[in-house]
Design a protein around this ligand. Structure first.
Ligand SMILES: NC(=O)c1ccc[n+]([C@@H]2O[C@H](COP(=O)([O-])OP(=O)(O)OC[C@H]3O[C@@H](n4cnc5c(N)ncnc54)[C@H](OP(=O)(O)O)[C@@H]3O)[C@@H](O)[C@H]2O)c1
Length: 252
């Protein structure tokens, strides 16, 4: 049995991680903003026999990040799942810079601070696992969102090389389109995305945990996205950017 901290556990991929890890016997620290949803999930997982701690936190704020890093240090977690995230439904240049600052705090600063706290706990112990949720967008030029995801892919790859020999394994999950609340929250209409490009949160979670188990630095769970990810890395950037615009129509 181990203790996992999952950020963004109230919806989508994070919710699927929380349920799957609980099913496998892990106890959990659940982090997100929505207190009611956190409480409902905690009750569900406690009823299944797990010990659940809840940390309501806005990870785009200093206090929210401090609450999560305190939980990592105090509870000496075994697995960190850096999953919480969102995107803005406009391209950089049309966005408000304050909103971009908040995105940078949520997508880059928060996972960095949580990883630093996790390494403090895991390296002296000689064991631990970190699973970061990026996106296949990390391999495409697509504004600040893809830049944030490229940052975490790069850092995760290095952490795997640097710390796996000390017993701390880092894997970064790069999902394609996943049916969650993500696009609705962003205010975009993803109806131009063909059906075959959608995957489920459960598929992503099972694939990521299997790859983490094997110590792989990058996890791309389905064959179609393994192919798309490879093409994205080698095709001309302007072509990749044109395809990557899919799913970004403003809803309304
Ligand atoms: N869906 C996709 O197509 C897709 C594709 C590639 C990668 N991803 C990545 O997958 C991750 C999970 O997204 P999802 O698709 O599962 O979206 P989702 O259904 O909207 O879930 C996002 C989760 O993040 C939490 N969250 C958002 N802002 C937060 C904040 N400021 N502080 C704390 N928690 C916050 C939300 O909880 P609260 O609202 O309760 O705070 C929610 O639990 C993200 O990193 C996203 O970039 C998604």
């Amino acid at each position: 049995m181990s203790l996992a901290l999952v950020t963004g556990a109230t919806s989508g991929i994070g919710l699927a991680f929380a349920r799957e890890l609980a099913r496998r016997g892990d106890d959990l620290v659940l982090v997100a903003r929505d207190v009611d949803r956190l409480g409902t999930l905690a009750d569900e997982l406690r009823a299944a026999g797990r010990t659940i701690h809840v940390v309501p936190a806005d990870l785009a704020t200093r206090d929210g990040v401090a609450a999560a890093t305190d939980a990592i240090r105090e509870r000496r977690i075994d697995l960190l799942v850096n999953n919480a995230g969102s995107s803005i439904g406009k391209f950089f240049g049309d966005t408000d810079v304050a909103a971009e600052d908040a995105q940078l705090d949520l997508m880059v600063k928060a996972p960095m601070d949580l990883m630093a706290a996790a390494l403090e706990v895991m390296r002296p112990r000689g064991s631990g696992r970190i699973l970061n949720v990026a996106s296949i967008a990390a391999f495409t030029p697509r504004g600040t969102y893809s830049a944030h995801k490229a940052w975490i892919v790069n850092l995760s790859q290095w952490m795997n090389i640097q710390y796996a020999r000390e017993g701390v394994v880092t894997t970064v999950l790069c999902p394609g389109f996943v049916r969650t609340e993500f696009h609705q929250r962003m205010g975009v209409d993803p109806s131009d995305v063909p059906g075959w490009m959608w995957t489920s949160a459960e598929t992503q979670v099972r694939g990521a945990l299997a790859d983490l188990e094997k110590g792989k630095p990058i996890s791309i769970p389905t064959v179609r996205y393994k192919v798309l990810g490879t093409v994205a890395r080698y095709a001309p950037a302007s072509l990749v950017a044109a395809v990557a615009k899919k799913g970004r129509k403003i809803a309304g």
